[in-house]
Design a protein around this ligand. Structure first.
Ligand code: DGJ
Length: 728
């Protein structure tokens, strides 16, 4: 049993293999958060919380003579609002009488076998290993608003999921202004926060800060989970390292506007509230209806590496769906950086022919294959092949590509519309634009109003039509601008505040329909690179294009940051040309190969321009990738360097689950004369086994983990090495 109710103490306890999560229904019926961390057994953790009079923190009416009881200092599972908890709240609403407050008290709870699902939203599902569900119902009697708190307990994964369902139990309308998925309190300790910020071409840069008094807000209002702030944070002790120290991960499984608030309050207590972004949010909750919030994936571990392993395992096994979850991902060649918009069938076939010759498995035709798409100013919406570039249409190209023994993939950007398109001319009201206002343009395109059921149906017909008409094995689904001017012409004015979330409900439904109907097609997510790299998207697309920046040196930092929450199998990573098109940097082919092999591997350069030597090297890289892919995708990933220490290299390791094979990789970013050689302590090996180290020497696992490995001096521009460490 991973969920227990202890009647005598009114405790609700969730237990995973190594962690415990304790709640308590208190004397007034508030659901208190008592503890999350290493499994403490069934102790009543409320002993640590002292009630005392704290100035200027008021008391609920039932406790008016007892000034020691205040919501303003009490750790809670989901907060009330407007009734004296002056910290960040989980929810805000206004009622038809104009009141804006509610206090939620315990009504009932239910423990169920299996994992709950969330209507219309992606969520972690039960796979290998069992899960249980706890549902706690809270209610405010004056405003008649109720909340069902959902907890999914994945014992083997050391993961607890949370989501809230807010319902209107009264007879009057309620308008939600804020709807978070969870509130998590850390009442004791002093903490750092890690978050993953960035920009286009430099996503998910790891940053660690000491919490200050006040509220840290990490937010996306761009209509996408964003390049700027990934919906994932870690709260850890100041002394937490890769290998030790408490750390809590919180990941929102959502691809749209999100908000995470972390408050260090006046009493040194930390509260984290995570969920839908409340900026311009307004949800009309009619009597009898409810709103489900996106899921948060929580995990606690000792050491950042273990925390990452918990997330990697959960995403690989219990988030990603479909046949590509565990299977080999085809080594692809994408024509984008080879040709951009300037191609014809002949040029594409030359690239494909070379790709087949080098051992690649999938040819991907990127942007520019449809009518009126000479550049990125027009054409989105009309998904009809441009017969000037492809006279025989897609059929001819696909059959020729397939005759070479390659699979075929196609780029689409279905959520967008160009003003210069037949679709826009026929349905200008299908674009998100505010009345009487010229919209912001980005890449000279607009966003389709996916909250409109007609648009949803049009996209379903268009994409399923392409997949039915052509022999397509892979889809790259792009999204190349933030969403602004959010106004749906199909939605009454009073409901405009629902449009951003309804957009994502519709997008998830579309993905769900397409992936169910076409299970053999591999979908790769993309949003100008990694602008929508989140667990919501990963439910449908097992891999996501990590960044538009293909420079291997920039990629080191991007992949490093991404690896804290997401597995290597999720990161699309390609070898591109040198000098790199984004940074102009020159790097060796081997460095580009080693960096891209830490993800789902492919190529993105004009293969027809390669020298004989480069072709020979690429053939070897592909053989090598196919050989190491199972270790990279299914093994355990260890970060062996910390960029904040400025050692001038990135080093990482993949170890197979059975510890028989270890892949050690290093890229030197700053080679220096007469410098200290890179030395790393290996991790995750079998201490009692003997390993062959790159064929160089043999050594016990325990020795390699204690005494480490010293790389030879690596010189030149961005040199890299990859080493096999094999158990003998
Ligand atoms: C942005 C993507 O991230 C690129 O890889 C490429 O597909 C372009 N869009 C095409 O417009």
């Amino acid at each position: 049993m991973s969920i227990r109710y202890i009647k005598e103490t009114k405790q609700l306890i969730l237990e995973t293999k190594n962690t415990g999560y304790h709640m308590k229904i208190d004397q007034l019926g508030y659901l208190q958060h008592m503890y999350y961390g290493p499994k403490p057994g069934q102790d009543d953790m409320s002993y640590a919380f002292r009630y005392y009079d704290r100035g200027f923190s008021g008391n609920p009416y039932d406790k008016r003579y007892d000034r020691t009881y205040s919501l303003d200092s009490m750790p809670q599972e989901y907060t009330s609002f407007g009734v004296g908890d002056f910290r960040i709240n989980s929810i805000a609403a206004s009622c038809s009488d104009g009141s804006r407050c509610a206090e939620f008290r315990y009504v009932s709870h239910e423990i169920k076998e299996g994992k709950y699902s969330i209507p219309g939203l992606p969520s972690v599902y039960e796979n290998c290993g069992k899960a249980q569900t706890l549902i706690v119902t809270l209610k405010d009697t004056a405003a008649n608003i109720g909340i069902r708190l959902y907890y999914g307990v994945f014992e083997d994964l050391d993961v607890i999921t949370r989501s809230a369902e807010i319902f209107n139990a009264g007879e009057e309308m309620v308008w939600l202004r804020k709807a978070s998925s969870m509130c998590l309190e850390l009442p004791y300790g002093s903490w750092d926060m890690m978050h993953f910020h960035g920009r286009h071409c430099m996503e998910r840069q790891a940053e660690r800060v000491k919490l200050f008094h006040g509220v840290h807000t990490l937010v996306s209002g761009r209509g996408m989970s964003s390049h700027q702030h990934n919906p994932f944070i870690i709260i850890c002790d100041h002394d937490t390292t890769e290998d030790s120290g408490p750390c809590y991960g919180m990941m929102l499984m959502y691809s749209g506007n999100h908000k995470t608030e972390v408050e260090l309050d006046q009493f040194e207590s930390v509260r984290v509230v995570m969920g839908l972004n409340d900026d311009r949010f307004r949800w009309e909750l009619a009597p009898g209806t409810s709103l489900n919030t996106p899921e948060v994936i929580l995990s606690y571990a000792e050491g950042l590496t273990q925390l990452s392993h918990n997330y990697h395992r959960c995403i690989r096994n219990n988030v990603v769906k479909g046949k590509f979850k565990y299977s080999h991902r085809p080594v692809l060649v994408n024509n984008w950086e080879a040709t951009y918009f300037d191609f014809n069938e002949e040029k594409l076939l030359q690239i494909a022919e070379k790709a087949a010759d080098l051992g690649m498995e999938l040819f991907v035709l990127d942007d520019g294959w449809f009518t009126n798409r000479e550049d990125d100013n027009a054409g989105l919406g009309d998904w009809v092949v441009d017969t000037n570039k492809l006279p025989g249409g897609l059929e001819s190209l696909i059959s020729k590509v397939k005759a070479m023994g390659l699979r075929f993939g196609l780029w689409i950007e279905p959520e967008m519309i160009s003003e210069d398109s037949d679709l826009y001319r026929a349905h200008p009201d299908w674009a998100l634009t505010a009345p009487g206002r010229a919209p912001m343009m980005a890449r000279n395109q607009l966003v389709l109003d996916l909250s409109n059921p007609d648009v949803h149906e049009y996209l379903y017909k268009t994409i399923s039509g392409l997949l039915r008409d052509y022999d397509i094995d892979y889809i790259k689904w792009d999204f190349n601008r933030p969403i602004s001017d959010v106004y749906s012409h199909a939605t009454p004015s009073a409901l405009q505040g629902e449009v951003p979330h309804r957009y994502y409900l519709s997008l998830y439904k579309l993905y769900d329909r397409l992936t169910s109907e076409f299970p053999d097609v591999l979908f790769e997510g993309c949003a100008g690179g990694g602008g929508r790299f989140d667990a919501g998207m990963l439910q449908y697309s097992p891999q996501i294009w990590t960044s538009d920046n293909t420079d291997p040196v920039s990629r080191l930092a991007i992949q490093y940051g991404t690896s804290f929450g997401y597995p290597c199998s999720a990161m699309g990573a390609h070898v591109s040309a040198s000098p790199n098109h984004q940074t102009g940097r020159k790097t060796p082919l081997s460095t580009r190969g080693i960096t891209a092999m830490a993800g789902s591997f492919g190529y993105e350069l004009d293969l027809t321009k390669l020298t004989e030597e480069e072709c020979a090297e690429i053939k070897e890289q592909i053989k090598r990738y196919k050989d190491v892919e199972p270790v990279v995708h299914s093994g355990l990933h260890y970060r062996l360097s910390d960029p904040s220490e400025n050692k001038g290299y990135y080093c990482w390791e993949h170890v197979s689950e059975d510890k028989s094979r270890c892949l050690l990789s290093i890229v030197v970013t700053d080679p220096q004369a007469n410098y200290t050689l890179a030395h790393v302590r290996l991790k995750g090996l079998d201490p009692n086994a003997v390993y062959s180290v790159g064929g160089e020497f043999e050594c016990r696992g325990s020795t390699l983990m204690r005494n480490g490995y010293t790389f030879p001096q690596l010189t030149g521009d961005y040199p890299a090495r990859q080493l096999d460490i094999i158990r003998i």
